[in-house]
Design a protein. Sequence first.
Length: 279
Amino acid sequence: MITQENIRQYQEQGYLVVPNLLSPAEIAALKKETAAIFRGERGHIEGMVSVDENEPDDEVLKKYVAIHFPHKISKVIYNYLFHRDIVNILTQIVSPNMKCMQSMLFVKAPGKAGQSWHQDEYYIPTRDKSLIGVWIAIDDATVDNGCLWIIPGRPGYIMPRVKNSSPEYADVDTIDITPYENEKMPVEVKSGSVVFFNGYTLHSSLRNKTKDCFRTALVNHYMSAESMLPWDQDGHLPPTEDLRDIVMVAGEDPYAYKGTVAANKPYLRPEVLKIKTGL
């Protein structure tokens, strides 16, 4: 499904967009499951509000930003970690041995803020720089409703965080992209498209400025199974050289002898984000 040119683009530019990777039927299933999750039908998450059974799904979703680790309560979301076409691409651009450590389901209702400029490896460190985000567009993503923005390339280091003063972002900090201002580009994609981006690649999203358009997306993070994962979940877990709360999706796990653990629990993303910063 992808060419050598596609692989080279990911390696050099740090991202790859694959249109129409998911079928309309798969997107419909994800939309239905998204509503069920936020209605509390897959289990109550701390912070969820009561829902009247007659309340429209859109009104329910407007109350939230995102949920982390939905694959731990939803069989549908869990199965999408193994999506055949996604895994096929991952094994070609990263490694034949792949594991997943995180899922995030964003609903981003009209008016909701975006994410400031960041590199995912700042939050989820790998030992071999293999972290990759898989951004599945459940709704059409446009500049108006807050699509991804990317600065092509794979910087060789994690850039420092600075105070954020833009109302576009929910985060209290960001990265100063002044030297790259002319390189940033919006990634507008249709529902069913998938964006793959490296953990060092700079990306962000702006506020949803529409009045009636959601920007729902399922974002899963993967990495090579050959690398250990020294991730403490932003200080929520004890320090570790290799977090074993992972799901193998392809190939062999060199550390299978360690077994796996269920360390992370699903939680609702707050409106204002302050993670790993003293700013």
